[in-house]
Design a protein around this ligand. Structure first.
Ligand code: ADE
Length: 358
């Protein structure tokens, strides 16, 4: 039989047998407890990080009864360092529920497995496939990437409609037999070849039928999470210069940039009001090009105004500093203030590089 005539699952299964992983500590067993534990630990955590935890955990809690009988503290102590501790708490609770509701025997029924705390549809499918050979489709993060590319499904996989399409494809591609090798093959392909950046398409067993490869979209699929539209705020900052020195003001803490040195900010009282507040007399002022800065929750557009200032006698107050541009650049500054200062310094070397507001 030539390669082309094999369907997706057949090619994946043959590849898994020849090139996939076969000696991970949770393989070569049908013990649902061990498989369950591995699948929970492998959520959001890499294989190499999981292995030592998996072995220590099993040495302390060798079976479901031992886990159910343990205290939560003891369970979490053995989870310590793996992160996402809800996983450990849910595992413990699920073990107790299995003792209470299933006579201590891990359920074989897919829906009963899904009903256990901490086990979603994909994790339940992985457990039932590896432990019982059940014909159930998985769809974890790596498999979403494989299927989005192979099937050419665009759109952010976290979106419900895209996820529905991916589940539908995952179900359709499922083979009638050898589901364990197929499931492991999907995982191995996603972890080893169909990686996020620079996938190794030349050695991929399903490259011949991959829509993303055919259309040159492997770098674009799966589609990234759409960027959130952030609110925009604006502020005016007054860069006061006198005899080569610039005035910096310490920002109050708490607040954005608390404790950092900044240009005095015009907060509704205008440029003249700021000048008065910090004890200078303004000679002239020119608007510079706006500078944008991104925070996690909003965008800030800064309108810098460059002013030539005369210092008045009361100018040296606590929280205010006149510094040379060199010294100012060495102070604890917010990133956009540093950018503006650096630009200003360059412009003093070459005045024509200073960009005025358009
Ligand atoms: N990631 C999730 N489940 C896995 C498994 N069984 N083997 C390797 N990586 C995995």
């Amino acid at each position: 039989m030539d390669h082309q005539s094999l369907n997706f699952s057949q090619r994946l299964i043959a590849w898994q047998r020849a090139h996939g992983r076969h000696d991970l500590p949770w393989q070569n067993t049908r013990d649902p407890y061990r498989i369950w534990l591995s699948e929970i630990m492998l959520q959001q955590t890499q294989v190499s990080a999981v292995i030592p935890y998996y072995q220590r955990f099993l040495a302390r809690f060798p079976d479901l009864q031992a886990l159910a009988a343990a205290t939560e503290d003891d369970v979490l102590a053995h989870w310590s360092g793996l992160g996402y501790y809800a996983r450990g708490r849910n595992l413990h609770r699920a073990a107790q529920l299995i003792v209470e509701q299933h006579a201590g025997i891990f359920p074989r029924d897919f829906d009963a497995v899904c009903a256990l705390p901490g086990i979603g549809r994909s994790t339940a499918a992985a457990i039932c496939s590896f432990a019982f050979g059940a014909r159930q489709a998985i769809l974890d993060g790596n498999v979403k990437r494989v299927l989005a590319r192979h099937e050419g499904i665009s759109g952010f996989p976290g979106a419900k409609s895209v996820q529905d399409q991916l589940w539908q494809r995952a179900e359709t591609l499922l083979p009638e037999a050898d589901v364990e090798s197929y499931t492991q093959g999907l995982m191995d392909l996603g972890a080893g070849l169909c990686v996020r950046r620079r996938p190794l398409c030349r050695v991929c067993p399903v490259a011949d039928t991959c829509v993303a490869l055919r259309d040159g979209l492997t770098e674009r699929l799966p589609s990234p999470r759409p960027a959130k539209v952030l609110p925009e705020r604006e502020t005016t900052m007054l860069i006061l210069m006198n005899q080569g020195e610039v005035l910096l003001e310490k920002r109050p803490a708490p607040g954005i940039w608390g404790g950092l040195w900044c240009f005095p900010e015009a907060l509704g009282d205008g440029v003249e009001g700021v000048a008065q507040r910090v004890g200078v007399e303004l000679r002239s002022v020119v608007a510079l090009a706006p500078v944008d800065h991104g925070f996690t929750h909003y965008k800030l557009r800064i309108h810098p105004m460059l002013g030539e200032a005369l210092r008045q006698p009361r100018a040296q107050e606590p929280g205010l500093l006149w510094l040379s541009l060199d010294d100012a650049l060495g102070a604890a500054l917010p990133a956009p203030v540093k950018r503006i200062l650096a630009q200003l310094q360059r412009s003093l070397v070459s005045p024509f590089s200073l960009q005025a507001a358009g």
